[in-house]
Design a protein around this ligand. Structure first.
Ligand code: PEP
Ligand code: MG
Length: 328
């Protein structure tokens, strides 16, 4: 089994009927990069930059962030690296940023991620400057977490324009052309207004971890309600479908980078819904690749249509199991 998965490394991520799928890696720490390269990831679909702020009392400055990002971009050797701006708050905490928050009444719904970055624009300016500089050494894309409105994306674009001007005045080398700027779709309201957000974005990355949490009102980390945390809930699937179709209509790329993307039980359904790019923990990549290589996409699309007609969660799971068992 192990050897079989390893032998997949050099094989293309392509369905039985010849459609290629981009399989990227999620990274939480730079040292996971080796694993991503080893499993043959096409790129980094999600680089969580929280590690830069963890376990320290001070904040990383522009040069330090630039250096670390540049190392990652260079190691990926021209393959895309999708760097996400700070996603602190909610379940993710960092000591150095303690002073920025007062005790939230509800951390998951409070000052976090892009909201914090826009409230403390210095944080965002520093990160954007580092990303623009690192982008000069390879292929870097910028991703914004927890976007809920067009106004937030526009504001980030304004701040980015200012940062670009400032770097140019300093004579610092930056990415040319400028990095693509995309957003996480992980708030149900963002998913439902995906068609309105698309014109302001270069790409979407669907974050199912938070999308499930907010859609079903289930804390993603609370053991007591873990059995209700359900990727196959019809509401979750409809939001994924709606977002995917909005991206296809607007002709911008859309990927999925939540845990759901790394679970081979969901691969057929996600591809059947029109997804062609998945990002996951490197360990899961061979499993997903094996599943999609055994998949007939026309059949998967047909089955996905039947599944999306269902309103009962049990029926959805049964239909998907059927399809997966037939492949096994
Ligand atoms: C998500 O929410 O699905 C996601 C990919 O981001 P994170 O797990 O870092 O919140
Ligand atoms: Mg998230």
């Amino acid at each position: 089994e192990r050897a079989q998965l390893k032998s997949l490394r050099k094989l293309p991520a392509i369905t039985r009927d010849g459609t290629s799928v981009t399989l990227n890696a999620n990274l939480e720490l730079p040292r996971e990069l080796d694993g991503a390269i080893e499993v043959g990831a096409s790129g980094v679909g999600l680089l969580r930059t929280e590690f830069l702020f963890m376990n320290r009392e001070d904040l990383p400055d522009e040069d330090e962030q630039t250096e670390i990002l540049t190392r990652i971009v260079t190691s990926m050797d021209g393959k895309p690296v999708t760097a996400r701006t700070l996603d602190i708050g909610g379940e993710k905490i960092a000591t150095a940023l303690r002073g920025y928050f007062s005790e939230p009444t509800n951390p998951a719904l409070g000052l976090r991620a892009i909201r914090l970055s826009l409230k403390e624009p210095k944080l965002l300016e520093t990160q954007l400057a580092a990303m623009l500089r690192a982008g000069a050494h390879g292929n870097l894309r910028i991703l914004l977490p927890m976007i809920s409105s067009v106004a937030e994306v526009r504001r980030v674009r304004e701040i980015m324009a200012t940062v670009v001007r400032r770097l140019r005045r300093r004579g610092v080398k930056i990415a040319h052309p400028l990095p693509k700027l995309g957003i996480m779709i992980e708030i149900p309201g963002a998913a439902l207004s995906a068609d309105g957000l698309a014109p302001f974005c270069d790409f979407f990355a669907i974050g199912t971890n938070d999308l499930i949490q907010y859609t079903l009102a289930i804390d993603r980390g609370d053991e007591q309600v873990a059995d209700l945390y359900d990727p196959l809930h019809p509401a979750v699937l409809r939001l994924v479908q709606f977002t995917t179709e909005a991206a296809l209509r607007a002709r911008i790329p859309v990927s999925i980078c939540g845990e759901m993307a790394g679970d081979p039980r969901y691969t057929a359904l996600l591809l059947g819904l029109g997804i062609r790019e998945l990002s996951m923990a490197p360990n899961n990549l061979p499993l997903v690749k094996r599943r999609l290589r055994g998949l007939d996409l026309i059949e998967a699309t047909r089955r996905a249509r039947t599944i999306m007609d269902q309103t009962d969660r049990g029926r959805i799971a049964a239909l998907l199991d059927d399809f997966n068992d037939a492949a096994a």
